[in-house]
Structure formats: structure tokens, C-alpha cells
Design a protein around this ligand. Structure first.
Ligand code: 4AD
Ligand code: MG
Length: 454
């Protein structure tokens, strides 16, 4: 509601929106109307004598209406302007509306995810989500990156984790079979087994080795059964991929990128952040300012493991060189030990994907994970193995088939060069920026195990 900022006092205005609350007495009614454009509702002041009692009675929380009247400086506290209503038109009633004034838990709101965008909380989160999406495209555009749309349906498993959703048009009750009685995927839509992608990276690399600097920003899908506050089965990922970047260039970009996004939110989403700060997380704005200003710590996985071993902490998952770090370990490093974001590099090759550049020690790869307070891993990336023989050897060593990867390997055959990239989980970023505690509350319609209702 641009009115709230720049409306001409004394002029006639029309507003359309949804009733948040209605209160008053027998002479005057006060209606808080919100149109979704800001966290602030506008106060409608209704002189009861001017309207049919019937009409006013029908107005309740959730009703959609139009009001026309004079914009005046507010008499009451809590708002600067209000509207003295001359005309009211009800568009849509809301009898038995499930959202009442306040007091709904976030858990309850997840059960009515089709209506929760109408709450102040989700209005704020969804506007911030939009602002971040816009800022991401803006950031890369300014740097000259090309936005590359990578496919969602794929025949290759980029991360090699095997947690993919299959895409098929075969009749599951009665699939065609070959002479060995196996399902005959040559008769499937694509003539082969296909899945929803877990990452756009492999195609991103094709783009980088042609256009220099590219990024993808799209949905990705993981069929892992992890019911945690940080995992979704369908999430959005931003994956830049850059030719001629080594891992240090990659870390510099990741740090600059994420700080830019946080500063953008602080500058452009101040009202929504203030609301979330007051409502859910009193340290939110201070934490955002802190991270936007600090230099991230950079250390190797091996150094990180040493710190964890010496910490004397009773971790649920034991620590030893070679283990995959759990979020309790990541958060110890970030929240307790360093008290700032950490970029951990050079992980054991066994716990990382096949495409990462191998270090000379034969044990570690040029991975880089960015670890954040309250979140743990927010970015995962690496320098890529650009050497064909080493890459093929690693694929074989991991027992993977390179049959579906011939096109990827061609980049190493033709004009290969040092390159790097990373993936930022969009909802993990939003967890950090909004201070929400559960990833289901930063995406409009979350997809998690046993949950695809809306
Ligand atoms: O570390 P990941 O698996 O890395 C990749 O997919 C690489 N191909 C990225 C690249 O180098 N281009 O995932 C990257 C990020 C994680 O750091 C995390 O923020 C997010 O994606 N992520 C998830 N977010 C929500 N739900 C899940 N199940 C997620 N899995 C990963
Ligand atoms: Mg990762």
C-alpha cells in the first residue's frame, strides 16, 4: 500500500484487501485492512451511521472488500494515516474463517498452508523470499553472469547420492518387460530411465566452459527421507559455475554473494525483518548485520576435525577424520568456536561427489562448504576436476557408470580448463535471513515425506 508512505493527506483513495481485524463501538468501527503489499495494514474508520447495519455485520476477519474515502492523519496511535470511509463494497465473505486474530502456531498454519499467506508472518516471509530471488538475479546480472536454464528431468545423478525421484509414463500396474523380465525402459517416454534432477551443476559446467560465467536458479529434488527442519524434498538452488576460477576465487564469490544478499534484505525488507525480529527471534537483525560485516573464517576439514576433537563436547555423532560432518559439528565450529561463518575446505574424497578436484595428497578434494550460524551448511561447492584421466579414474573407483556422462566428460576432452562453482540452498538462505526455525515455513508449499497436499 503505497498510500501508507506517500498518500496525499486529504485526498480520496480506494483500497482493496482482506480484513485482518474489526473492532469498535456503536458509533464507529475500526477495520484493519491488508492488501499483501506490506506488513502494515491500513485502518479504515467507519462511521456506523453512514452504512446499513446489515453490511457492517457481514464484515469479519478474512473478508475481502473495497473501501473508498478520505485519507487523513490518524487520530490514534500505531498508524500515521487512516481512511475515513465513504463507500464500502464486500467482494468475498469469510464465514467460519480458520485464521483468527492471532495465537496460531506455525505447526497449525502448516496444516492450512493454502491460507497461511494471509497471515502477517507468511506475508513477511514471502515478500522477503521474493526480494531475495530478485536480488540474486540482479547480483549475477551486474557481474555479467548468464542465467542458464538447466533441465529438471535428467538421466544422470549429479551428486551420486542415489536419492532421486523417478519420472515415468509407464503403467506401474503392468510395466512392459524385456526378455530378462526386467522393466523395459526403452518403452518409457524418454526411451530410458529418467529422474528429477538433484542439481543443475553438470549442465552448468557445460555452460561455464562456453559462456565463462553462468548460474542456474531452479527447483531441485531429493528423495532422501530426512525429516529435519533443514531438509525439503523439493527445494530451490542457486548454482553459479565459473571458468578460470580456482577454489579461492570460488570462496571469494560465495562470501561476497551471500553478504550482498543479507545487506539487500537489511536495506529493502526492513519492516518485514523488524516484524519477524519482534515476533520470533530478537537477535535476528543483529545477527544479519554481524554476518554482513565479518570476514568468514577459512580452514580445512582436517583443521576443523582437530578443533572438534579437542572441544571436549559430547556430540551425538562421534568425530573422527573421515566422517561426514553433522549439523551439530558444523554449528559447534560456527556458533561456539569461531562465532562467525566458516568456510571449510579440502574434505576427504570419500564423502564428496565424483566431480571434485583431487588434491595431491590423494586423500582430499577441493571442496568448500560454507557453514552458517543456526543453519549449518548453507553452501556446498568445489573446484572441479578438469583432468579427463583423473576424472575417469575417480568415476571408476567409485563404481559409477560413465555411460550416461559421456557428454559431461566431453568438456574435459575439448578445451578443458580450471573451473569452479557452488550451490546455495535458497530455503537455507531464507532460514537465515528470516530467522524462521523450520524450512517448511520459508517456502509457500513445502514438499517433505508424506506431505504434498497443497
Ligand atoms: O551440497 P549440495 O548437495 O551440492 C550440490 O548439489 C552441488 N551440485 C552444488 C554445486 O556445486 N553446484 O547442495 C547444495 C546446497 C546445500 O549446501 C544446502 O544449502 C542445499 O543445497 N540443500 C538443501 N536444502 C534443502 N533441502 C535439502 N534436502 C537440501 N539438500 C541440499
Ligand atoms: Mg553438501
Amino acid at each position: 500500500m503505497a498510500l501508507l508512505k506517500s498518500g496525499v493527506i486529504g485526498g480520496e483513495v480506494t483500497v482493496k484487501g482482506w480484513v485482518r481485524t474489526k473492532r469498535g463501538n456503536k458509533n464507529v468501527a475500526f477495520i484493519a485492512l491488508n492488501d499483501g503489499s506490506t506488513i502494515h495494514s491500513i485502518q479504515l474508520v467507519v462511521d456506523v451511521a453512514l452504512f446499513a447495519e446489515e453490511l457492517l455485520k457481514r464484515i469479519s476477519t478474512g473478508v475481502c472488500l473495497r473501501a473508498t474515502g478520505r485519507l487523513v492523519a490518524s487520530q490514534g496511535s500505531g498508524q500515521s494515516v487512516e481512511i475515513q470511509v465513504r463507500e464500502l463494497e464486500i467482494y468475498g465473505m469469510a464465514d467460519d474463517y480458520p485464521l483468527q486474530k492471532k495465537g496460531h502456531t506455525l505447526e497449525f498454519l502448516r496444516e492450512i498452508a493454502h491460507l497461511r499467506p494471509r497471515t502477517n508472518t507468511f506475508g513477511a516471509v514471502l515478500r522477503i523470499r521474493h526480494a531475495m530471488a530478485y536480488a540474486i538475479h540482479h547480483y549475477f546480472n551486474e557481474l555479467g553472469f548468464v542465467c542458464l536454464h538447466t533441465p529438471l528431468i535428467t538421466a544422470s545423478d549429479a551428486e551420486g547420492a542415489g536419492a532421486m525421484f523417478q519420472v515415468t509414463t509407464l503403467d506401474l500396474q503392468n510395466p512392459p518387460r524385456n526378455e530378462r523380465q526386467e522393466i523395459d525402459f526403452t518403452q518409457d517416454f524418454f526411451g530410458r530411465p529418467t529422474c528429477l534432477t538433484v542439481s543443475g551443476q553438470l549442465e552448468g559446467e557445460l555452460g561455464a566452459l562456453a559462456l565463462g560465467e553462468v548460474y542456474t536458479f531452479g527447483p531441485t529434488f531429493r528423495a532422501e527421507n530426512s525429516n529435519t527442519p533443514r531438509h525439503l524434498a523439493e527445494f530451490w538452488m542457486i548454482e553459479p559455475e565459473m571458468a578460470f576460477y580456482d577454489i579461492t576465487d570460488n570462496m571469494n564469490l560465495a562470501e561476497d554473494f551471500i553478504k550482498y544478499l543479507i545487506r539487500y534484505a537489511l536495506d529493502r525488507c526492513a519492516d518485514d525483518l523488524q516484524f519477524l525480529n519482534d515476533m520470533y527471534d530478537n537477535g535476528l537483525i543483529e545477527r544479519l548485520r554481524g554476518v554482513a560485516q565479518t570476514d568468514f573464517v577459512r580452514l580445512t576439514y582436517t583443521e576443523g576435525i582437530d578443533i572438534l576433537l579437542q572441544s571436549g563436547q559430547p556430540f551425538e555423532f562421534p568425530v573422527a577424520w573421515g566422517v561426514d560432518l553433522q549439523s551439530e559439528h558444523e554449528r559447534y565450529l560456527v556458533e561456539k568456536h569461531f562465532q562467525k561463518p566458516v568456510i571449510l575446505t579440502d574434505y576427504p574424497k570419500e564423502i564428496k561427489a565424483f566431480y571434485m578436484k583431487q588434491n595431491a595428497d590423494g586423500k582430499t578434494v577441493r571442496a568448500m562448504d560454507v557453514l552458517f550460524p543456526k543453519i549449518g551448511e548453507i553452501i556446498g561447492g568445489s573446484q572441479r576436476e578438469e583432468n579427463l584421466e583423473k576424472l575417469q579414474a575417480r568415476i571408476a573407483e567409485m563404481g559409477m557408470s560413465d555411460e550416461n556422462l559421456w557428454w559431461y566428460l566431453d568438456t574435459r576432452r575439448f578445451g578443458t580448463v580450471e573451473h569452479s562453482g557452488f550451490g546455495l540452498g535458497f530455503e537455507r538462505l531464507l532460514l537465515f535471513v528470516t530467522g524462521m526455525a523450520n524450512i517448511r515455513d520459508v517456502i509457500p508449499f513445502p514438499r517433505t515425506p508424506n506431505n504434498a497436499e497443497f
